[in-house]
Design a protein around this ligand. Sequence first.
Ligand code: NDP
Length: 261
Amino acid sequence: MNVVEGNGARIPAIGLGTWELSGRPAARVVEQALRLGYRHIDTAQVYDNEREVGDGLRASGVRRDDVFLTTKVWTNHFMAKDLERSAKESLARLRLTEVDLLLLHWPNSHVPLAETLGALSHARQMGLTRHIGVSNFTVALIEQAVAACPEPLACDQVEYHPYLHQADVIEACRRHGMAFVAYSPIAKGRVKGDRALARIGDRYRKSAAQVCLRWLVQQNVAAIPRTSRVERLSENIDIFDFELSEDDMREISAIGRADAR
Ligand code: NDP
């Protein structure tokens, strides 16, 4: 599996998103994904499925060390006194001793960024997470965060797909050695009906979703598509046996609109 590097973190290029997956089906999808070769799972405190993600991880039989697991702290736990407790509660639900990546889920202007980043770094120093990062940070916030954070940030996780361009944020991440992780990477399923992506895919015997995911990883971006269906788990990871041409890459990039969030 290709990896995307971010300040020491090696993030598998395709991961499983788990937003809106819950209960036993969530555990089953995580288990299946790992059995099919996924090595990166994305969850969050606020998804209310950390327990099931942990169950799926153990049921898969895949070694803990072989899986890159991300969770996120919600914005109501950004004060120093709350963040450590929140991270420990996530670990208790996951039944793990550490995660691979702990992210600030969303900016919160009501708590000083330096305070939150100090607490996040402290969580890493305590061994609660191997790496730390942010999510939904703009270029300006990345600059502030890099300046204020005592430890390197591994990534920014941001919405990115052919209908929503993020060139400026990607550039800011690269400048600071951070990985860029694309969420909603298939535009919440909308790319399925995209005629341009389907036409390109016909040439490689790939679906529109596979072309979209390949377009992301060829930019050295990690992507975390979510699915509740086993057949799509295989589809979404089966993108490492073909390469889009430069013309294809340009054509897909030209689909983008600035207003598609
Ligand atoms: P995605 O872009 O991953 O799209 C998910 C939707 O696409 C589902 O409805 C799924 O339906 C469908 N789908 C999946 N695979 C295919 C396929 N091959 N062909 C056609 N349709 C498909 O959307 P998300 O918003 O879930 O983003 C992915 C992940 O990113 C989240 O699950 C979460 O982990 C993370 N995220 C992070 C955020 C943040 O603030 N940091 C915000 C939003 C998401 P079905 O289940 O029926 O297959």
